[in-house]
Design a protein around this ligand. Structure first.
Ligand SMILES: Nc1nc2c(c(=O)[nH]1)N[C@H]1C(S)=C(S)[C@@H](COP(=O)(O)O)O[C@H]1N2
Ligand SMILES: [Mo]
Length: 322
């Protein structure tokens, strides 16, 4: 299913399937399946059965909920947000995660928290969300491939969670890691990236009120293809920073390695702040296609969160620290 000898860095960007073409392909598959219904069962393509949708209780509106949403930023449909994904553990095509992640086992789930902190340990998913308030956060989300969506996440403050482990003064960065399980994650059977998927934030970025751990979307439990049961959501950075299905968090002094930086350092830096002025070596970042829209939009500095986050990077040359 995966092409072994192609580097991941060649895949991102070169395989930008326009949403219309993608929709046509899915529609074709559905029609083909329906047409096939009259034929012998053996002739039917086996379309996967998708996991049931589960509502989340006790979700409160946050400062970033619907009331604060600019009129020109309508929420994308559930269908778009859950069928056009990047989750290479389940394949590199946009429809692969939805098709291949349905049986992914997300319970029980534990996250190991270690490194420069006074109270390292394991935390189960239930304990992670227990004392926290589940908040709706409607964020713009922009992929490095220059498409974007607006998604109503349900999450908890990452900073609040991290503080429970009492990070020390050596905790200058936070490292995150996705589950490594080739049995369940067919994409990990090929060396597309250095598995497991790795990401990192500077401690002040991790503690910023916009940074959340997302456990849901559209008021429901987060679908497997979107990173169940818990993924990062850092809305002022390119999408790949928002690592999915997290099993390890580590506080450390040194800047952590990240999967995309390891795959192509010149193309994907550690910071990866959305910046229309700094092009990707193979394409411009000045504009983006909002999924579901015909015309491109101008990309906003820090994805529109400049007022909130610009001070984190004061005095830094953002061309150097891309
Ligand atoms: N573990 C893991 N996390 C990941 C990825 C991945 O392949 N594996 N893809 C990243 C990229 S490139 C993007 S754009 C977003 C996509 O999130 P979405 O599918 O919920 O839109 O997830 C990010 N997190
Ligand atoms: Mo991405």
């Amino acid at each position: 299913m995966l092409i072994k000898h192609r580097k991941a860095s060649d895949v991102l960007g070169s395989e930008i399937t326009p949403k219309s073409v993608f929709d046509d392909r899915r529609r074709f598959l559905k029609t083909a399946a329906l047409a096939g219904a009259g034929l012998a069962a053996s002739a039917l393509p086996s379309l996967p059965a998708y996991a049931a949708r589960t509502k989340l209780d006790g979700v409160v509106k946050s400062k970033w909920s619907a009331e604060s949403l600019p009129e020109d930023d309508p929420i994308n449909s559930y269908e778009d947000a859950t069928s056009y994904n990047n989750f290479y553990e389940f394949g590199t095509a946009k429809g692969d995660p939805k098709d291949n992640a349905q049986d992914f086992k997300t319970s029980p789930w534990e996250i190991m928290v270690e490194g420069a902190c006074a109270k390292p340990g394991k935390i189960s998913f239930e304990d992670l969300i227990k004392p926290a308030t589940l908040e709706e956060r409607i964020y713009r989300f922009r992929c490095v491939e220059a498409w974007s969506m607006v998604i109503p996440w349900v999450g908890i403050s990452l900073g609040d969670v991290l503080k429970r482990f009492e990070p020390t003064s050596d905790a200058r960065y936070v490292y995150f890691e996705t589950l490594l399980d080739p049995e369940q994650m067919p994409g990990q059977r090929a060396p597309v990236l250095n598995w497991p998927y790795k990401e990192g934030l500077r401690i002040d970025e991790a503690m910023h009120p916009l940074s959340i751990l997302a456990v849901g979307m559209y008021g429901e439990v987060i679908p497997n293809q979107n990173g169940a049961p818990v993924r990062l959501m850092v809305p002022w950075k390119y999408g790949f920073k928002s690592i999915k299905s997290i099993v390890k968090i580590k506080f450390q002094k040194a800047m952590p390695p990240t999967s995309w930086n390891e795959a192509a350092a010149r193309e994907y830096g550690f910071y990866s702040n959305v910046n229309p002025m700094v092009s990707h070596p193979r394409w411009s970042q000045a504009s983006e296609r909002r999924i579901g829209e015909l015309f491109k939009r101008k990309t906003l500095m820090f994805n529109g969160y400049e007022e909130e986050v610009a001070s984190l990077y004061e005095g830094m040359d953002l061309r150097k620290w891309y």
